[in-house]
Design a binder for this molecule. Structure first.
Ligand code: PLP
Length: 410
């Protein structure tokens, strides 16, 4: 008899965004004349930069020629791209990352999900709450979370670190010892960031407790304020305790092109049950070589193109466009009396729902009365209840229209 991985049965029935999509579909069917403004899903709307398009065409030409055609590439990524990443994304911050510490991939979703494979299933995990759902769900699938406690509505081996208005969106160190700490800053969904001293606290904790930090910097390009770390490796000693994930998805509009990378420093260690040190770089390399055959040559050439002066200029123009949307949403909703967080260093605006509503009730209210779609905060974790996420990734016209409609509700 074929059996299943029963951990999958512990997952919540429906993924947040499919529930939203179903609700929107139903509403649109019932109200065919109403135009729905979507500020829900965190997908980009601007096309890829022209220079990226040129690189894709050129790389396609390479693939059409006998002399320049490429078959299987290195599983870890081509040197031409890894070199540029090390130089542009790290050297500029005063951080030394060797090119072979960089593993190019087809997305941070896969990397943040797959990384768990190299860690024991008995580790205790800590996740900020609310947060990008992939961290928790992939640990549930792996059987790392223990049983679900109906009373507390939490898994026994998951430590939730609330990040809410009450602690100014700064997670406190866990009271119980944890081994794997997921940090995502700028944060999805709250749009908030951690200062250097705050991040230092986590690096110190990880060192003291032989824990590892899984740092997701998918929204790093949206940081505007001085003094906010762009990489966890700006913190001294972080290379001994942290893996960093970066993605081209939001930085360069690659959500459909698919390219990201993960930095696994060579000094990073974890332990066997007997306490023997093992190099994580070797384990991840082994995992990737066994299960992954590299990102397409064409895609890696596309990513390389953003690391030219013209490439940087073009992607920054797109980011500026989304930042302007974030500003418009923030100002517009503040004017309408809402309490707003995030938006300054991230494409996400996190708002407190009006008194008397749950996150989902506010979702329904906005959809029905203003025909605007956002994301209920509770979908990102228990501490997201009472909050609501809007994204700055829409077109400017739609964003302005959505704000106006929300303002007119008041
Ligand atoms: N990490 C965070 C925090 C995200 O919000 C997202 C996408 O929304 C991702 C990773 C996924 O990135 P990618 O498109 O590279 O898979």
């Amino acid at each position: 008899m074929i059996t299943i991985n029963e951990n999958y049965l512990k997952l919540q029935d429906s993924y947040l965004f499919s529930t939203i999509a179903q609700k929107v579909e139903k509403f649109t069917k019932e109200n065919p004349n109403k135009k729905v403004m979507k500020l829900g899903v965190g997908d980009v709307t601007l096309p890829i930069a022209p220079i990226v398009g040129e690189a894709i065409k050129k790389a396609t030409d390479d693939m059409l020629q006998k002399e320049t055609f490429r078959g299987y590439g290195p599983e870890q990524g081509y040197d031409f791209l890894r070199q540029k990443i090390a130089q542009y994304d790290y050297e500029t911050l005063g951080v030394t990352i060797e090119k072979d510490e960089i593993f190019v991939s087809d997305g941070s979703k896969c990397d943040t999900g797959n990384i768990g494979e190299i860690f024991g299933t008995d580790n205790v995990i800590a996740i900020t709450d609310p947060v990008y759902p992939v961290y928790l769900d992939t640990n549930i699938m792996a059987g790392r979370t223990g049983e679900y406690n109906q009373k507390t509505a939490q898994f026994e081996k998951v430590v939730y670190l609330p990040t809410t208005l009450e602690n100014n969106f700064i997670p406190e160190l866990p009271s119980r010892k944890v081994d794997m700490i997921y940090l995502c800053f700028p944060n999805n969904p709250t749009g908030t960031v951690l200062s250097k001293p705050e991040l230092e606290k986590w690096v110190t904790y990880a060192k003291k407790n032989k824990a590892i930090i899984l740092f997701d910097g998918a929204y790093e390009a949206f940081i505007t304020e001085e003094g906010i770390p762009h990489s966890i490796y700006e913190i001294e000693g972080a290379k001994e305790v942290a893996i960093e994930f970066r993605s081209f998805s939001k930085t360069a509009g690659f959500t459909g092109v698919r390219c990201a990378y993960t930095v696994v420093p060579k000094e990073l260690k974890a332990y066997t049950q007997e306490g023997k040190e093992v190099c994580l770089h070797q384990l991840w390399n082994r995992r990737q070589c066994t299960k992954f055959n590299g990102v397409p040559y064409i895609t890696q050439r596309a990513a390389e193109a953003i690391y030219s002066n013209e490439g940087q200029k073009q992607i920054k123009e797109n980011i500026a466009y989304y930042r302007e949307n974030a500003k418009l949403i923030t100002q517009g909703l503040q004017k309408a009396g809402y309490t707003i967080f995030g938006g300054k260093n991230a494409p996400y605006i996190w708002l407190k729902v009006p008194k008397g509503y749950t996150s989902w009730e506010f979702f329904d209210y906005l959809l029905e009365k203003a025909n605007v779609v956002g994301t209920p905060g509770s979908g990102f974790g228990p501490s997201g209840e009472g909050y609501f996420r809007l994204t700055a990734f829409g077109s400017k016209a739609n964003t302005l229209e959505a704000i106006l409609r929300i303002q007119n509700l008041k």
